[in-house]
Design a protein around this ligand. Sequence first.
Ligand code: BT5
Length: 253
Amino acid sequence: MHTKCLGHNIFFSKVIDSTNDWAKELAKLGAQEGTVVIAETQTAGHGRLSREWISPKGGLWFSVILRPETNSTEAANLMFIAGLAVARVLHKLYGLNTEVKWPNDVLVDGKKVCGILGETNAAYKIASFVILGIGINANFDVDSALPEALRETVTSLQTMLGQKVKLEELFMALMEEIERLYGTHKAVGFPTILGEWKKYAGFLNKSVEVACANERLIGLACDVDCEGALLLKLKDGRIKRILVGDVSLPEEP
Ligand code: BT5
């Protein structure tokens, strides 16, 4: 693998509850930056707000430990590195038409192929670690491996490409891309990463619905700002700044 640090220490398990939880434990025990935890299946994979992440065999489920010397708000922006890396690599390796959707999904032809869960020890002002958890629906067929409720909105590489991919090749390309982008982030800062991420952000300048807290808002997705917040232009012209939420786009006619 052509990386300086990422993926040099790898912990692998056939079955684990959640690679993010395992990575957090290792980070607390002092695991060094670039350590990666990977599993064949997860029994309690999770997304944001403790939502379930279904992780059948054939997927690529892993978590990367980073140790940026930064505050926890900036640390949260590192999630955009993961989304951008996945969007770029899936396009480069397989020619797929990838998009990112705020805050943390990667889509192919409008369907979710990857979810990203960033976690940091935000109890402290200076984040001592950030976990980038990445789940890619790779080598399984959506119709047979995922519950019916997800099949309309979710896809996998196998479903899109009609064949399995080489997981090692995909994993190594991701390690290299994440390391490259992390280096850029450290050298020139988040705005450059965000600018690149926005090139894949097909939802921008579209009318979207955002589920956040206890409300559903409809508006124009104008921008994502330098703290990673979504700026939504409401019907009355006000701009609402959203830090946590789920974006959905209306069906194409
Ligand atoms: C995410 O959360 O999309 C982040 C998922 C991160 C998973 C990785 S796998 C490695 C690491 N270890 C972990 O435990 N987690 C990370 P969110 O935006 O909250 O989306 C969760 C929602 O996605 C669920 O409520 C379902 O609707 C849907 N979902 C569940 N499993 C899915 C799958 N395999 N593919 C696509 N969507 C799924």
